[in-house]
Design a protein around this ligand. Structure first.
Ligand code: GLC
Length: 716
């Protein structure tokens, strides 16, 4: 039978029939090679030509994380796979497209402060278009771990501490990466990571043990993954963490019983980088063979980078430690994703122009919009912002003022630091005529000495307003970038105190991948803006907010502790046995510096009392809750209403408050808008037990929106 007429090559046949036909033609060696993802060469393209010699045309996948895209080489590798192998199975090329590819958007922790899932979808769709054009078929995103410990560097990659918000953002990201239309070939395959519980890393240290009760796993860590599976994500990545003594990358309960048997996930599971070999470090495997055996029998289909499947699966099958059925099931899932992506019909990407083109204007505009909506005005004493017309001498002080790379964050793929608009450039570009802007670095981001202090303090003295730009470098958050303290690095806190002591009003701009410790400096700051790591257009967005061309609307997606010692501290904590002040820390108490959901605007919003259609709701009906929000200020603005519930007496204790719904809307000055929450008891009022079974109990529920609260009853 001619190759082009083989059933698996016939795009008109049902996908499952093509998968079965191809699987039936494969040798054991070809099947095992399909389970290997080749990571070599991902650090820079210079290794890829070497890889082209080393590799086999039957490998399943490659990682394209090089410093520069190399579409020509990607297509060259693919041509070998398609033309030099017996069955011509195309490879799938993956990369970490986390918050942009060539155009860099704010880090996910910042994106979540926008409360705008549609923007998340648009940014992911833009990144998919840019990455696809450079040969990427699959992004290792969205990362939907839940973190409540800001010492963990990867909190920057999360959508914050709320399982409800992270689930909604996850669904938006999957739709953005994979495209909206069901049934059409997705732009990229999305990847839900890191499954599961990685964000609970002990002490905020990366790659660590995670002690998570089944109740907590179901309540906090699993919901965003369930939402992503429901949204049709094609792939899942198993996590590094040791989950209660069984590492996630060899945890059959997670990868098969929950993910596949309970949730019906039919896509592929890829291990994290070397996570199979790392089972040895974790004390879960005596050697490589046992690591490979435990990972594939748990449900890891594709082995990223360490090559243990390729080395050991043949022998493991001969020893009947791994069954042929297990191998076939893993291969089927990988082939299914490849057919679904259309890789058999379109294995190659159109050649690029070859020039290193700058990001598209519309994507840059989207990045600037997103950056502006993700920044959070934490403090604004005496409405000192926006910068008043009376300010003639403006000073920008601090190591993050003229900094570019730090604004890109930790996973900036093909983003270029030289294209970033720094805070200084952004403000300078949009400064009104006649306003003088002078800058002094003061100190380094980390390390260095105080020799810049004198110049900075003198400039502050000779200015009407100081914009103090402090925070972290891009490498101080992200993977393998945990810090034992949230304290501002180096001498920055000392610089802040010295500048504040001049008496000139200070606006603090915080560029960081996490909340940072501000307890000592906050009193001396007139205003504080969380800039986060805002991406390519960060400086332009900051300028618009500072100069009043835009009204801030961001709200915190994560609790902002006073001090590192308060960690873990988050909105959905459970109540203590004794009420405050019992149980508080003697020095800093247990209230954070800024609550989850906190964020100021240049206008004011007044809330009406919450209106409930009825005082009681039964399981088979919904209850309409409403609140009217009025913009009582003189500026248009955007308000996000966060709806929280609390179940004050339940068979399993419930958090002090849990975010359950949110909605953002623009409200013109003087106008009002009704925000509604259709409470669905099964979805919004039930809670999981330790096995994920949802429990709905009768009794009173407290409902909160802004400063307002109400109560109603569930009647069974
Ligand atoms: C890394 C990260 C993971 C990433 C993968 C490929 O170690 O944990 O998030 O997608 O390896 O780069």
């Amino acid at each position: 039978m001619a190759a082009e007429t083989l059933p698996y090559r016939n795009a008109r046949l049902p996908l499952e029939q093509r998968v079965r036909d191809l699987l039936g033609r494969m040798t054991l060696e070809e099947k095992i090679d399909q389970l290997h993802q080749c990571g070599a060469g991902d650090t820079n393209p210079n290794n890829l030509p070497l890889l082209a010699e080393q590799f086999r045309p039957t490998y399943g996948s490659f990682i394209l994380n090089g410093a520069q895209p190399d579409l020509a080489l990607r297509n060259a590798l693919q041509r070998k796979c398609v033309e030099e192998s017996r069955l011509g199975i195309p490879a799938i090329f993956g990369a970490d497209v986390i918050h942009g590819y060539r155009t860099i958007f704010p880090i996910p922790l910042a994106q979540a402060c926008s409360w705008n899932p549609e923007l998340v979808r648009q940014a992911c769709a833009a990144a998919a278009e840019e990455a696809r054009a450079q040969g990427v078929d699959w992004t290792f995103a969205p990362m939907v771990d839940i973190a409540v410990d800001a010492r963990w560097g990867r909190i920057a990659e999360t959508f914050g501490e709320s399982p409800c918000a992270a689930s909604i953002y996850c669904e938006a990201a999957v739709r953005g990466y994979q495209g909206l239309e069901a049934g059409t070939s997705p732009a990229l395959a999305a990847c839900l990571k890191h499954f599961a519980g990685y964000g609970n890393s002990e002490g905020g240290r990366d790659y660590s043990y995670t002690d998570i009760s089944p109740q907590r796993l179901w309540e906090m860590h699993l919901p965003p993954f369930a939402a992503g599976v429901k949204a049709g994500a094609r792939t899942v990545m198993s996590a590094y963490n040791d989950l209660n003594g069984v590492p996630a990358s060899a945890n059959r309960h997670l990868l098969t019983e929950i993910l596949r048997n309970r949730w019906g996930f039919e896509g592929l599971v890829v291990s994290d980088w070397n996570a199979v070999r790392q089972l040895i470090n974790q004390g879960f495997a005596a050697d490589e063979a046992e690591a490979a055996e435990k990972a594939i029998n748990a449900g890891v289909d594709l082995d990223m980078a360490d090559g243990l499947y390729r080395k050991h699966l043949g022998a493991l099958m001969q020893q009947t430690r791994v069954s042929p059925g297990t191998i076939d099931a893993a291969v089927q899932r990988i082939l299914r994703v490849k057919f679904d992506l259309g890789l058999f019909e379109h294995p190659f990407c159109p050649p690029a122009s070859g020039e290193d083109l700058p990001p598209r204007g519309d994507f840059l505009k989207l990045a600037e919009e997103f950056a502006a909506q993700s920044m959070v005005l934490l403090k604004n004493r005496g409405d000192i912002l926006p910068v008043a017309g009376s300010v003639c001498r403006l000073a920008m002080i601090g190591p993050l003022g003229d900094e570019k790379a730090a604004l890109l964050g930790a996973w900036s793929q093909q983003g270029r630091a030289h294209e970033v608009v720094s805070l200084l450039e952004g403000v300078r570009e949009k400064l009104p005529a006649g306003v003088q802007l002078r800058a002094a670095q003061g100190c380094a981001i980390d390390g260095g000495g105080r020799d810049g202090f004198a110049e900075a303090v003198a400039l502050a003295r000779d200015s009407d307003l100081v914009l103090l730009c402090l925070g972290e470098s891009a490498q101080m958050s992200g993977e393998n970038a945990s810090r034992s303290t949230l304290r501002l690095p180096g001498l920055q806190q000392e610089l802040a105190l010295a500048v504040a002591a001049t008496g000139t009003p200070v606006v603090l701009l915080v560029v960081s991948g996490r909340p940072v410790e501000l307890a000592a400096v906050e009193p001396g700051m007139a205003a504080i803006l969380a800039v986060w790591q805002p991406g390519t257009r960060g400086g332009a967005a900051v300028a618009d907010l500072l100069l009043g061309r835009r009204n801030p609307s961001g709200r915190l997606s994560v609790t902002w502790p006073r001090t590192t010692g308060q960690i873990p501290i988050y909105h959905n904590m459970r109540p203590r046995a004794r009420v405050s002040p019992n149980g508080e820390y003697q020095d800093f108490g247990t209230t954070p510096l800024y609550e989850f959901g906190h964020g100021l605007s240049y206008t004011r919003f007044a809330y009406s009392p919450i209106r409930l259609r009825r005082p009681t709701v039964s399981p088979d009906e919904t209850l309409q809750a409403e609140v009217t929000v009025t913009n009582t200020g003189r500026r248009d603005g955007t308000e996000t209403v966060l709806w929280f519930i609390r179940d004050p007496a339940a068979g399993i204790t419930r958090p002090l408050k849990e975010l359950t719904h949110f909605e953002s809307a623009a409200i013109a000055a003087g106008a009002s808008r009704v925000f509604q929450f259709e409470i669905n008891p099964a979805r919004d009022l039930s809670f999981p037990d330790g096995d994920g079974r949802r429990i709905l109990e009768p009794g009173e529920i407290l409902l909160f929106a802004g400063p307002e609260s109400a109560r109603f009853n569930v009647a069974l």
